[in-house]
Design a protein. Structure first.
Length: 351
């Protein structure tokens, strides 16, 4: 049996010889376009019309073509890749922010290289930054909700475009974050406006920048209203930690309203109050923070502060890409607004 292969079908090497890498010229022949058009499609250039782009992409898939990122970087000075350094994916905020960054990067024609920080220590962060220097990335987005980036001994490599999410990086870097303070303020103000004498708080972990901002806003809003400031409860973002805090708060006779620093801990509160015979919101009102997709399905549906993770991700990518393009981007913090979503877990205090 003989095998034949036309030139249009792509390269074929003699038996026993390793197949050569499919070239841009091979793709151009298969698609019936110029090599320059293939290059533009490969680099995400917007000037290629849709039908031609689809022809080229089909040829790439059929031939198994993979762009040579090293050669492309030498020619264009870019790898079209953004590194993302992050501490953990276990928190809802981090995972949803990363998802938004990936989606927006794809829109801009960039891939993402994930660089996790295995150990939440200064050395762990420095190790991630060291690995960054070994990878083919044009820029980096840092999702670091703990204060390690604030240490004077920790800094990113010079000359690398950087955007930071959820960290107190001062004016050293461009920072994009949810307006944590205003979101917490809205939650506390809502409960006070309903007529509650004060608001108890289940905070996130002490090392978290977001938890610190939300707890500070809670305390400030109560002091501004000249209301008593109850003892702060401390959780770790998990529903289990909210549950443990709820078992204690259910025994406090003056506790009629609780602001939880995230929706998962609020879920734990709801379970604890139910087990202790407290009816939400008749006996105790509860407000969360995040507006996770399931928060409207809690029992009762949770009043919570909505974070726009999609907008945070979009702004991160937009600002870091502008830096890659040598467009001016001022350091400092950009805050994405929050809004209070009213559901059935809050009400006026019972007489």
């Amino acid at each position: 049996m003989s095998l034949t292969r036309s030139a249009a079908e792509g390269p074929m090497d003699p038996p026993g010889r390793p197949a050569r890498r499919v070239s841009m010229a091979d793709v151009a022949r298969r698609a019936g376009v110029s090599a320059q058009t293939v290059s533009r499609v490969s680099n995400g250039h917007p000037s290629v019309v849709g039908s031609t782009r689809e022809q080229v992409l089909t040829a790439m898939r059929e031939l198994g073509y993979r762009p040579n990122s090293a050669a492309r970087a030498l020619k264009y000075g870019q790898f079209r890749t953004i590194g993302v350094i992050l501490f953990t994916l276990s928190s809802v905020g981090n995972s949803r922010t990363l998802e938004a960054i990936v989606d927006q990067a794809a829109e801009e024609g960039y891939a993402i290289t994930l660089i996790p920080v295995a150990v939440p220590t200064r050395d762990g962060v420095l190790g991630a930054f060291t690995r960054l220097g070994e990878l083919a990335v044009d820029a980096v987005i840092v999702i670091m909700e703990i204060h390690l980036l604030d240490a004077a001994t920790v800094s990113l490599p010079a000359g690398v475009p950087v955007v930071v999410v959820d960290s107190d990086a001062d004016d050293r870097y461009t920072v994009v974050d949810t307006d944590q303070i205003d979101g917490a303020r809205q939650a506390v103000r809502h409960l006070l406006d309903l007529g509650h004498r004060t608001v108890w708080h289940v905070a996130g972990p002490e090392e978290s920048f977001a938890a610190e901002r939300r707890a500070t806003a809670w305390r400030t809003e109560l002091e501004k209203a000249r209301r008593p400031v109850p003892p702060l409860s401390r959780g770790d973002w998990s529903a289990e930690s909210g549950y443990r805090a709820g078992l204690v708060l259910a025994e406090e006779p003056d506790c009629t309203a609780v602001f939880a620093a995230n929706d998962q801990m609020a879920l734990g509160l709801l379970r604890a109050f139910h087990e202790k015979g407290k009816v939400v919101p008749r006996d105790i009102s509860v407000v969360g923070f995040d507006d996770i997709p399931d928060s409207g399905s809690f029992v009762p549906p949770l009043t919570t502060v909505h974070q726009d993770f999609t907008e945070v991700g979009r702004r991160c990518v937009e600002r870091v890409v502008r830096q890659v393009r040598s467009e001016p981007v001022e350091p400092g913090t950009t805050l994405v607004p929050t809004r209070l979503v009213l559901r059935d877990s809050t009400a006026e205090p019972s007489a």
